[in-house]
Design a protein around this ligand. Structure first.
Ligand code: BG6
Length: 482
């Protein structure tokens, strides 16, 4: 067999976003309120604000009709700038653009029988524009948000009823965009999505650890089933389309060579891979039985659940990759970073938000996932959140971002030479957007600068950063120049 030494010819280069972080227009054309739009900007950027919603603040948010405290309501107004933004992506040579559909634009409360036509028409316009520029859409069906009504009524994904509501929505969008979308993802970062308010409601606060785990794994079970049903629908509506799972890959290393640490890290890693194990292999892995028994967790399943999981596994595995963690048997967590769970790794540098930067870990993850599943892989998020400075002549010299991306692309290429089957790479995010965890604007990931501050002031004008020109070159040379 010929040895591969470069990125494949049809490699899908591009960028990724999520509706609630870019679109804005939160009440336009019948759109309903979502879980993302009731979360305030974090007071402390190191800790984020996703967990701060409770019944009182939720009601406050529902009564508040402005976007002053809720930056995800305004995003970066992609809703009205999509033509300009897509033209900029095309200028960089994008082959693919990952976006999510806001469920609440199509079904404002999640409970309607008939879809909202103007919501559907918006994504048609976006797909028109992508087609014009020969950019393939990669669509996430659920990216960290859902209609708030489902949260209030059913505690989000904890309620089995939400499966039906979700699959009503997926069937509608699969049919509508049948000829336009070849690549789909069901749940963004499924391993974290049922771990917070945005998916299971404002119920976590006063519960014991056992109760929280019970809720979260039950909610995830419902997402597994909804994802398998979506796969079944897609296979009958558009047999050639591909659907993937999406994992926040959290490679963890043992803190020392002490076997106890190595074993603790293995268990930690299993808890991360559990999600792709279920979605790819179509069954719950044995190691989880022990974990569930140890923690007193019982997953309520209905008669056909196991069969549907088995029958409709995903076609490919996608994942986000930002950082790695460290695990020790004594359970010490340094609590670094606002989304990092493990301990500090003395060999790695960290971003201003405490995320430990580890390019080699990407090669390790790619090899491990390929070995485990033998299904095509897709890196659908990777990037650096940093504070950027706009110079007087409207330039942004973001060599730190270029370095971050370059080091990761080099390791990706190594993994391809190792023999990993990698479909593509969508960096996070092609333009500055509202941060998921802190709702800040000043945590910028973009290759394109958006003139807006944390309070929503600014012209919303777009400016090309140095990284824009760098990435254009990368794509032009199909990764030969990184
Ligand atoms: C991923 C999410 O976890 O990380 C994105 O899928 C998110 O939605 C990205 O934006 C970066 O996180 P943050 O908190 O820096 O925006």
């Amino acid at each position: 067999k010929e040895k591969i030494t470069e990125f494949p010819k049809d490699f899908l280069w591009g960028g990724a976003t999520a509706a609630n972080q870019v679109e804005g227009a939160w009440q336009t054309n019948g759109k309903g309120l979502t879980t993302a739009e009731v979360v305030r900007k974090a007071d402390d950027r190191r800790h984020g604000s996703m967990g701060d919603v409770n019944e009182v603040t939720l009601q406050e948010a529902i009564n508040d009709n402005s976007d002053e405290h809720y930056p995800k309501r305004r995003g970066v107004d992609f809703y009205h700038h999509y033509k300009q933004d897509i033209a900029l992506f095309a200028e960089m040579g994008f082959k693919v653009f990952r976006l999510s559909i806001a469920w609440s634009r199509i079904f404002p409360t999640g409970l309607e029988e008939e879809p909202n036509e103007s919501g559907l028409a918006f994504y048609d316009r976006v797909f028109d524009e992508l087609e014009k520029h020969h950019i393939e859409p990669l669509v996430t069906l659920s990216h960290y948000e859902m209609p708030i009504e489902l949260t209030k009524r059913y505690n989000g994904w904890l309620g089995r009823e939400v499966i039906g509501a979700f699959n009503h929505y997926t069937e509608v969008v699969f049919k509508r965009y049948k000829s336009r979308v070849k690549y789909w993802l069901t749940f963004n970062e499924i391993n974290t999505s049922a771990w917070g308010f945005h998916e299971t409601g404002a119920i976590d606060g006063e519960l014991s650890e056992q109760e929280q785990l019970q809720i979260r794994y039950q909610a995830v079970h419902h997402q597994f089933i909804a994802s398998a049903i979506a796969t079944k629908q897609l296979k009958s509506i558009t047999p050639n389309a591909k659907i993937g799972s999406m994992l926040a890959r959290m490679q963890t290393y043992p803190a020392t060579a002490n076997p106890a640490d190595v074993q603790a890290a293995q268990i930690e890693d299993q808890k991360n891979l559990f999600y792709t194990d279920v979605q790819s292999r179509g069954e719950y892995p044995e190691y989880m039985n022990r974990y569930f028994a140890d923690k007193g967790i019982i997953i309520n399943m209905e008669a056909d659940d196991e069969a549907i999981l088995k029958q409709y596994p995903v076609d490919f595995i996608s994942f986000s990759y930002y950082m790695t963690n460290v695990t020790s048997a004594d359970g010490v967590q340094d609590g670094i970073g606002n989304m990092s769970l493990g301990g500090r790794n003395p060999y790695l540098k960290e971003s201003e938000w405490g995320w430990q930067i580890d390019p080699i870990g990407l090669r390790i993850s790619l090899n491990a996932l390929w070995d485990r599943y033998r299904k095509p892989l897709f890196v659908v998020e990777n990037g650096l959140g940093a504070v950027d400075e706009l110079t007087a002549d409207y330039k942004i010299h973001d060599d730190y971002r270029i370095d971050y991306l370059r080091l990761h692309l080099e390791q990706m290429k190594e993994a391809i030479i190792d023999g990993v089957n990698l479909m593509g790479y969508t960096m996070w995010a092609p333009l500055d957007i509202i941060s998921f965890s802190t709702s800040e604007m000043s945590k910028r990931y973009g290759l394109i600068y958006v003139d807006q501050d944390d309070d929503g002031n600014g012209s919303l004008k777009r400016y090309k950063k140095d990284s824009f020109f760098w990435y254009k070159k990368v794509i032009e040379t199909n990764g030969q120049t990184v």
